[in-house]
Design a protein around this ligand. Structure first.
Ligand SMILES: C[S@@+](CC[C@H](N)C(=O)[O-])C[C@H]1O[C@@H](n2cnc3c(N)ncnc32)[C@H](O)[C@@H]1O
Length: 320
């Protein structure tokens, strides 16, 4: 996902990418507030307070995390801190959080709410983040009230519903254009199509489960989605009429395949080959690094989804 976020920053002209690290992309933007709103592939967008170098492995290194320089610009609101520490150290994430939290609290004169032991901070706190990777620590603060991955539209859900930034990345990889016919054959709560709704495409979603279609209808209200109660292995669509397919099929983990796909999961891919236009493109999220039989792969992007290895595959029809 880091590579996909970096390419979105570049392609949208949101700023200059300075660093791609473990679960973080640093960029310099002339308009951070606009960049925060315009980066749907990012889980969260934060303002960097400091990048510190020379962080070692001992507890003594924690005091370097408070070398944050001038903080007169920082929000003066109760705060919480969450940390990610990559690699083995003689301190843990809560040690990092409490060291930075106590310091910020004393400098800014605001209460600090520790997450130690899994305690959730109360609503309304300003969230700070610390990432330690190698000898580098990044200390950053969220400007928005909540993480960028939370979407207002997601009022109804289904098991296995997609994380919106992953859906946004799939839409970008599909290269959806205005007027394109876009199909999600197993649409669930509609995340992929809703993330594609700003493209001006004609959006079709199918699902065999009426509850999933109800969830999609709730989430996509007013967006003009065409929702079909249909089996993805036997779609009521003419051959070659679809320009882009966005697929997050059941993985047999949280969500079982039903109907024709329960008997023969490969049926999905042959039916999608039938409905896709010869110049069309498929973007599918697959469990593990499964090959996509019968398709011409254009790109594969390994990612983690709900703790599992997955791959976003971009593919076209095989010619001939
Ligand atoms: C992983 S979920 C999709 C989640 C969706 N992308 C979202 O963000 O909510 C897979 C969906 O496939 C549907 N499904 C299972 N078998 C199907 C079939 N034969 N035809 C169409 N949909 C099917 C399930 O009802 C479920 O909604």
């Amino acid at each position: 996902m880091e590579i996909l976020v970096a390419s979105e920053i570049r392609e949208r002209g949101l700023g200059h990418v300075d660093l791609i690290g473990h679960r973080e992309v640093h960029f310099t933007s002339p308009d951070p507030a606009a960049a925060t709103r315009a980066l749907p592939t990012a889980d969260d967008v934060l303002l960097v307070a400091a990048v510190l170098h020379g962080i070692g492995h001992t507890k003594d290194d924690l005091r370097h995390l408070t070398e944050l320089g001038d903080l007169s610009w920082a929000p003066r609101r109760p705060l919480d801190v969450s940390a990610t520490v990559v690699g083995a150290r003689r301190f843990g994430r809560y040690d990092v959080e409490d060291a930075v939290g106590a310091y910020l609290s004393s400098v800014l004169g605001v209460p600090y709410h520790s997450r130690r032991g899994g305690v959730r901070p109360p609503p309304g706190t300003t969230s700070w983040r610390v990432t330690i990777e190698g000898k580098r620590a990044t200390v950053a603060v969220r400007q928005a009230d909540r993480p960028a991955h939370r979407r207002d539209y997601k009022r109804a859900s289904v098991p296995g519903t997609l994380h919106p930034p992953v859906a946004a990345a799939m839409v970008r990889l599909a290269g959806v254009g205005r007027g394109d016919v876009v199909l999600d054959p197993c649409c669930g709560a509609g995340t992929l199509l809703i993330e594609a709704s700003s493209t001006g495409a004609r959006l079709y979603g199918a699902d065999r489960d009426p509850a999933a279609l109800r969830a999609a209808r709730t989430n996509a209200s007013g967006l003009g989605l065409r929702l079909l109660h249909a089996d993805a292995g036997a779609l009521p669509l003419r051959a070659g009429g679809v320009d882009r397919i966005l697929a997050n099929p059941p993985w047999e983990r949280q969500v079982p395949a039903r109907g024709t796909l329960a008997a023969d999961p490969t049926r999905l891919w042959s039916e999608l080959r039938r409905v896709l236009h010869p110049s069309g493109r498929l973007v599918a999220l697959l469990h593990g690094d499964a090959p996509l039989e019968g398709w011409h792969p254009l790109a594969r992007h390994p990612i983690r989804v709900a703790g599992a290895e997955a791959t976003i595959v971009v593919a076209a029809l095989r010619s001939g």
